[in-house]
Design a protein around this ligand. Structure first.
Ligand code: PGA
Length: 241
């Protein structure tokens, strides 16, 4: 919930042209709903993708204030689901994230499904249990072909917006053992390896390369640093292999 539509347009006008010049990296912007249409129009014809930050699971109906998958799919290819702020403040659960993931498949959207442990869970050694449960519950009942196309974001809640990022090594271990491994058990090794897994939580231009250099981390989900053109560009540039 950052930036008005006009501020968002100005941000994209500032970063769009330079962003387009960075080749070999999949780049996606996920503005708030109000800004989706104007920004989708600005990005038309570029290689920059667009996504929503959430959606409802129902196809349509009496859900005042909500946005349906088909509405998102009119303008977007991607949708973020299960962000920790949705879980913390708006009652999102593994069950609703699962319904939304199924709905994303039906609407031909690429879901970016967020998982990650809280600080209390991290400190009490529950990372393995929490993250693998979220993966199993949020991503159940899908087919291996669809799973191969999705994106999972590992976002330790204690690292989001705190300036306290995880380390590349720790995040990579969580991705291997508690994200790809359960996915391999559920959908086979091929699908588990094909899933793009992002790290998110206080990613900056200074630490991005540490994450991108890991064996099992394919990219980043960037919050605060995406609001500043230079910071975001330096992260995108660090992703070029
Ligand atoms: P941050 O946010 O990069 O500001 O930590 C990440 C997120 O909100 O997913």
């Amino acid at each position: 919930m950052n930036k008005t539509v006009n501020e968002g347009r100005a941000l994209v006008a500032g970063m769009g042209p330079v962003l387009s010049e960075v080749r070999g990296v999949e780049k996606v912007l996920c503005p708030p709903f109000m800004a989706l249409l104007p920004i989708a129009a600005m990005l038309a014809g570029t290689d920059i993708g667009i996504g929503a930050q959430d959606m409802h699971w129902a196809e349509k109906g009496a859900f005042t204030g909500e946005v349906a998958p088909g509405m998102v799919a009119e303008f977007c290819k991607y949708v973020i689901l299960g962000h920790s702020e949705r879980r913390t403040y708006f009652g999102e659960t593994d069950e609703t994230v699962n319904k939304k993931t199924v709905a994303a498949r039906n609407a031909h959207l690429v879901p970016i499904v967020c998982v990650g442990e809280t600080l209390a869970e991290y400190e009490s050694g529950k990372t393995a249990e929490v993250v693998s449960r979220q993966v199993r519950e949020c991503l159940k009942g899908l087919d291996p072909e669809f799973v191969s196309t999705i994106v999972v974001a590992y976002e330790p809640v204690w690292a989001i917006g705190t300036g306290r990022a995880s380390t590349g090594e720790n995040a990579n271990k969580v991705v291997c053992d508690f994200i790809r491994k359960p996915l391999a058990e559920m959908y086979g090794e091929g699908s588990a390896q094909a899933v793009r897994v992002l790290y998110g939580g206080s990613v900056t231009g200074a630490n991005a390369a540490e994450f991108f250099g890991q064996t099992d981390i394919d990219g980043a989900l960037v919050g605060g640093a995406s609001l500043k053109v230079d910071d975001f560009l330096s992260i995108v540039k660090a992703a070029v292999k």
